[in-house]
Ligand binder design. Structure first.
Ligand code: SF4
Ligand code: SF4
Length: 289
């Protein structure tokens, strides 16, 4: 079976201080970090012993790649025959040199989802980070949550990026009608798929691929269909994904997060992203403006 896993351990900490974020500046004590590390080690062992093929995306609460155990997990998983893809959502502040981890990544299976926070990291530093991935031919997408004050930064970043790199823009949804029609038109010129991220999609009763061949797994091995539905389907220590795989409808009223709604059948996002679903790279993307 081909299985996509959204992995979220017990990490709840970040080295950045984005004012709107509950994990900003939070630190974890040693005991909590060890618990997270042990859970990740069990997950890697499970994947290594499995007969299935995996596409894995790390979706931490906070920032994972400042921690050695996540960098090593990327390296190890990228080199397992069971792993077709291992990607991570990160603020791009990771070390480029620690333990030569980037050199040891398998560029055929590793990928990155880089979130840029212009008030936390200069554009030149962000460029240096993604340039290291370009040099190593490691796939990545990058983007920002679009607050209006970032518009100039985003335009400049788009100009600098190679055309083959997709720059996504996440809509700021906390303030209703935050964008004018003109804003939206301008943003679509930078991210042609920006509109996909603008909505809360009605999802109750609509078929969603999560629970069938996409699952969420946490540090204790508990399996859920996605991060947004709390029902536990089993544990990787005792259940085979083949036993729990079902084509079912979403129980929630709406879905608005990219890592969720892309699996709603009615949105046909698989067709857009193809093999780049997890790292958010539209198939064959070339920036056209
Ligand atoms: S980088 Fe991400 S996780 Fe860290 S504070 Fe900012 S929004 Fe939160
Ligand atoms: S539509 Fe969203 S909330 Fe509903 S099951 Fe799918 S991913 Fe989960």
């Amino acid at each position: 079976m081909d299985i996509s896993i959204l992995y979220r351990g017990s990490l709840k900490s970040c080295n950045f201080n984005c004012p709107y974020c509950p994990f900003a500046g939070k630190k974890m004590n040693r005991q909590c970090l060890e618990k997270d590390q042990a859970g990740l080690a069990r997950f890697i062992d499970f994947v290594a012993d499995s007969r299935h093929h995996f596409h894995i995306l790390f979706t931490p609460y906070g920032e994972a790649m400042v921690h050695g155990h996540y960098r090593e997990a990327m390296v190890t998983l990228s080199r397992l025959t069971q792993v077709k893809k291992v990607a991570v959502q990160t603020n791009a502040s990771f070390s480029l040199t620690a333990d030569h981890w980037l050199d040891r990544l398998n560029p055929d299976t590793a990928a990155f989802w880089l979130s840029w926070h212009p008030e936390q990291m200069s554009r030149s530093r962000f460029e240096k980070q993604y340039q290291a991935l370009l040099n190593k031919k490691i796939a990545f997408s990058c983007g920002v949550v679009e607050l209006k004050e970032y518009f100039h930064d985003i335009s400049q970043l788009r100009k600098k990026l190679p055309r083959s790199v997709y720059l996504w823009i996440n809509a700021y949804k906390r303030t209703p009608d935050y964008y004018s029609k003109q804003d939206i038109e301008q943003l679509i010129r930078i991210d042609p798929y920006f509109e996909n991220n603008l909505f809360y999609y009605p999802s109750k009763g609509r078929f969603c691929r999560t629970g069938q061949n996409v699952f969420s797994v946490n540090e204790t091995g508990q399996i859920r269909r996605c991060h947004f539905v709390n029902q536990i389907l089993g544990n990787i220590s005792s259940i085979d994904f083949g036993q729990i795989s079902r084509a079912t409808a979403c129980p929630n009223e709406t879905c608005h997060c990219h890592i969720g709604y892309i699996y709603l059948r009615k949105l046909h996002q698989q067709k857009l992203y193809g093999s780049g679903m997890l790292e958010r790279i539209p198939e064959g993307f070339i920036y056209q403006q």
